[in-house]
Ligand binder design. Structure first.
Ligand code: TRP
Length: 451
């Protein structure tokens, strides 16, 4: 019988990890965050965070997950870590809930847009008509709830089928397809009239745009996009075999993930300037620009259909990973069956997701700290909880976990235990000990100061 609790191939490991990382965070969130925070300056800081903090914390999560082979809570128990460190696990579980609470809404939009593409966007072709279309959709309470719930039903169906069958098989085929279609659209965007302006917005850093919100936003985006800081990668690494190379898997994931985000930027910004839209339009940006691009193409609705199907799958491989953390915990620590865990967590997310889906319509006026419920879930999870989780993971792996375990896990299998660690291993350890904790703390403190 095939073992359904391990990833079977090296490609499967990469595809599942990249499948978790690549999602709406790259194609929906990155362009709109970059658009709101100054384009090139945001991209530059974002890339720095991915390299200096993201890659090491990804590797740190991998180490804990594979070494213990446990779910997030079980991992810290098995390590006999002090109670403080168990908070990493609970921060992670709570983050899964909060992230799924808004992510499922946008994932629902991708399903709605598959339907729209199949039905020719209700005849809308002009920018104004598409704008109005989006407004009608997002302000209608029940349509929002319907698509959110439909998406969640699919997500939890796949989840109930288990790790290898559900996740690996789908990622292996569809992730490369997403990559291919993104490349086609990028080339198309390069020929748009707004291309020079769009590319300069994305790639030319204007340092005067850098302020604390840019830096905090870029840090949050780096964690969010890499799926790091909340135990998703820890849980996945518990399904890795001893032969998986942790550092090269982290680097490959980070490179592919960043590449997809940059490609999304190259696809979106030339179109934004060609259509005279504002780059700072926020969460709606991509959902208005993409259909507008498709209307300019021959066989536009076919392209639109293909694209939204792939975006939906990218979102699904990410929500599966987000759900898996909590499911693995219910199964591992509470002794629940996978089916029971799926139903209970599915209902919790359905309630939260439905509530946050109303933030664009009936609940648009309900604001906490000036943010809608949807924006609040996003801000708190991405910009606060993930960096906090990442900070603790860095401190734990860098300072608490016996160095021998850290080095053995990070090194290639079969290396002599006493031999000096390769450069890559030493760099990762240095960053876990010093760079990650200091950078995250400094940014938090900066954010707390009055501006
Ligand atoms: N990284 C995914 C994206 O960019 C979202 C995601 C999946 C995630 N798992 C996560 C974000 C864990 C944070 C933590 O769409």
């Amino acid at each position: 019988m095939a073992d359904n609790t391990k990833f079977t191939t090296r490609l499967g490991v990469i595809a599942a990890t990249v499948g978790s990382a690549v999602g709406l965070g790259n194609i929906w969130r990155f362009p709109y965050e970059a658009g709101m925070h100054g384009g090139g300056a945001f991209l530059l800081i974002y890339v720095l965070f991915v390299l200096l903090i993201g890659v090491p914390v990804v590797a740190g999560e991998f180490v804990i997950g594979r070494y213990t082979g446990e779910n997030v809570v079980g991992a810290f128990k098995k390590l006999k870590a002090a109670p403080l460190w168990h908070s990493v696990a609970y921060i992670g579980l709570l983050s899964s809930l909060l992230i799924l609470g808004f992510y499922s809404v946008v994932a629902g939009w991708t399903v709605e847009y598959i339907y729209q593409a199949a039905t020719g966007f209700g005849g809308a072709t002009s920018q104004e008509a598409l704008h109005a279309q989006f407004d009608r959709f997002t302000t209608s309470g029940w349509r929002q709830i319907f698509w959110t719930l439909l998406f969640l039903a699919i997500n939890f169906f796949v989840i109930s089928r288990g790790v290898q069958k559900g996740i690996e098989r789908m990622s292996n085929i569809l992730m490369p397809m997403l990559f291919a279609i993104l490349s086609v659209f990028c080339v198309n965007s390069l020929f748009m009239p707004g291309a020079p302006e769009g590319l300069s917005f994305l790639f030319h850093p204007d340092f005067s745009k850098i302020d604390v919100s840019t830096v905090l936003g870029a840090m949050g985006q780096a964690f969010f996009s890499l799926s790091v800081g909340m135990g998703v990668l820890m849980t996945y690494a518990s399904y890795f075999s001893r032969s998986t190379r942790l550092i090269s898997t982290s680097v490959t994931t980070a490179v592919l993930d960043t590449l997809v985000a940059v490609m999304a930027g190259v696809l979106i910004f030339p179109a934004v300037f060609s259509f005279g839209e504002a780059p700072a339009a926020g969460p709606r940006l991509v959902f208005e620009i993409l259909p507008a691009i498709f209307t300019t193409l021959p066989a536009g609705s076919m392209w639109a259909l293909l694209f939204f199907v792939l975006l939906f799958v990218a979102a699904l491989t990410s929500t599966i990973s987000l759900s898996e953390v909590v499911i693995a915990w219910f199964v591992g620590e509470w002794g629940w069956s996978r089916g029971k865990a799926t139903v209970v967590y599915g209902i919790a997310i359905a309630l939260l997701g439905s509530l946050s889906s109303l933030s664009f319509g009936p609940m648009a006026g309900f604001k906490v700290f000036g943010m809608t419920f949807f924006d609040l879930l996003d801000f708190v999870s991405s910009n606060i909880m993930l960096p906090l989780g990442g900070l603790l993971i860095a401190l734990y792996t860098g300072w608490k976990l016996p160095r021998r375990i850290l080095k053995a896990q990070l090194s290639a299998p079969g290396r002599e235990p006493g031999a000096p660690a390769p450069m890559a291993v030493r760099l990762i350890i240095f960053s876990l000990r010093f760079i990650c904790p200091l950078a995250v703390l400094a940014i938090f403190l900066w954010g707390l100061l009055p501006h």
